[in-house]
Design a protein around this ligand. Structure first.
Ligand SMILES: Cc1ncc(COP(=O)(O)O)c(C=O)c1O
Length: 423
């Protein structure tokens, strides 16, 4: 066996994985019906191809002069550019690679100027509730998009009332709920925030896999995204947004790569500005490249058609659930509110964890059960579901089915048939 230790700059053909003609096909295992995209979506062919193509070149990023290292550095920075372009980054925005959305929002929380008030809603995922300072304002879960806009306007009016100084305010909202799939009126909330001289951060973990997002068009200051929900594996996420707070804050992690100068004395450190300031340590090259490859593939796809297909599947799923007398859907907004491919529900008289286990064991169907890391919202919606349906025997946790690029009508029908049998 011949082992080539140092490949030339042009990889031999055997190493070059031909790009898939269907980059948005997703990988999976025959016989397994994955209806748990909202937790982690399967890997897109585009991501798998990009990783396979880069793997022979695998070497240090930003740290080597060799051909392999230079190529990896280039690939990493190109990935940053691709992701930034995909989400409409402005001049002056930074695209910081993180581990996931949780990491991105924690990073943002660490960069808040002193005295910043954060305003959130109680309907958020824990990742967008827990990182914020204790004195944050938490608004109740609204009954619909219009109420969310009104409530935010009222809260910001109150915060600014009588104040001569205007301390920083950050509004942190989700783009789509991971419990109900309901979409939040991001552009309108951004407009309200702007009217009160507040900034706005959008947790796009659930929206990004389903809809185009452009921070410039939406006038959103920060965006947080997880690669593993966007058809890219390997634990890469992104915090994208205004560079000023990021550059003024202490580095998220202290260490190599985040400095521009380190002297002999312990205090003699100058931190880098730009994304490097918050990316100390060797970065996740494959994660960044995989995520960028999905962004590029989505950019070249007919997203209107993808959306229409997903909405048709979602409509069938929700109609099917509504037709089962022992099933109650969870929702915060009205039944016709726009939503992404997520539906949460309970079976009257059945423990949700047991139902999920039976779906897996007997039907090869994977769904999520629990309170979905959004405990305040999920508990409230379970109470509301009991009141709306009149069922007195609803369980204390729920089930969630979520769909995406690889989902088919057969998958949805299999779930509905199985749930009918479980009634
Ligand atoms: C709306 C929302 N925000 C944030 C997160 C956290 O994402 P991650 O676990 O990738 O950090 C999730 C994960 O389910 C989510 O659904």
């Amino acid at each position: 066996m011949t082992v080539t230790l140092v490949p030339s700059l042009t990889p031999p053909p055997a190493w070059t994985v031909p790009p898939s003609s269907r980059p948005l096909d997703v990988l999976g295992v025959p016989g397994q019906i994955n209806l748990d995209y909202a937790a982690s979506a399967p890997c897109a062919r585009a991501a798998a191809d990009a990783v396979a193509e880069l793997l022979p070149w695998y070497a240090s990023v930003h740290r080597g002069a060799g051909a392999l290292s230079r190529r990896c550095t280039l690939a990493y920075e190109r990935a940053r550019q691709t992701v930034g372009d995909f989400f409409g980054a402005r001049a002056g925005d930074h695209v910081v690679f993180t581990r996931n959305t949780t990491d991105a929002l924690n990073l943002l929380a660490r960069t808040l100027p002193a005295g910043t008030t954060v305003v959130t809603f109680a309907g958020e995922h824990h990742a967008n509730l827990l990182p914020w300072p204790r004195a944050s304002v938490r608004l109740p879960v609204p009954a619909g998009p219009a109420e969310a806009i009104r409530a935010l306007d009222a809260a910001l009016t109150e915060l600014r009332r009588g104040a001569t100084a205007r301390p920083p305010v950050l509004v942190a909202v989700t783009g789509a709920s991971n419990v109900t799939g309901e979409r939040w009126p991001v552009a309108e909330l951004a407009w309200v925030a702007r009217r009160h001289a507040a900034r706005i951060a959008v947790d796009a973990a659930q929206l990004a896999p389903h809809a185009p997002i452009d921070v410039t068009a939406l006038d959103v200051d920060y965006l947080a995204v997880s690669g593993h929900k966007l058809y890219a594996p390997f634990g890469a996420g992104v915090l994208l947004g205004r560079g000023d707070w990021l550059d003024a804050a202490p580095p998220y992690l202290a260490g190599g790569g985040a400095t521009s100068h380190v002297g002999a004395a312990t205090h003699d450190v100058r931190w880098a500005t730009g994304p490097a300031r918050h990316e100390a340590g060797t970065p996740n090259l494959l994660g960044a490249v995989a995520l960028a490859s999905v962004c590029a593939a989505l950019d070249g796809a007919d997203r209107v058609a993808l959306h229409a297909r997903e909405q048709a599947l979602l409509a069938r799923l929700r109609d099917g659930l509504a037709a089962l007398p022992h099933v109650v859907e969870l929702r915060a907004f009205g039944p016709d509110a726009p939503r992404v491919g997520i539906a949460s529900f309970v079976l009257a008289g059945r423990d949700s964890a047991e139902v999920a286990a039976e779906l897996a064991a007997r039907h090869g169907i994977g769904v999520r059960d629990g309170l979905f890391c959004a405990h305040p919202l999920a508990r409230r919606l379970l109470t509301e579901a009991a009141a709306r349906s009149g069922h007195r025997d609803l369980p204390p946790t729920a089930l969630r089915a979520s769909i995406g690029l690889g989902s088919t009508l057969d998958h949805v029908e299999s779930l509905l048939t199985a749930l009918a049998e479980l009634g």
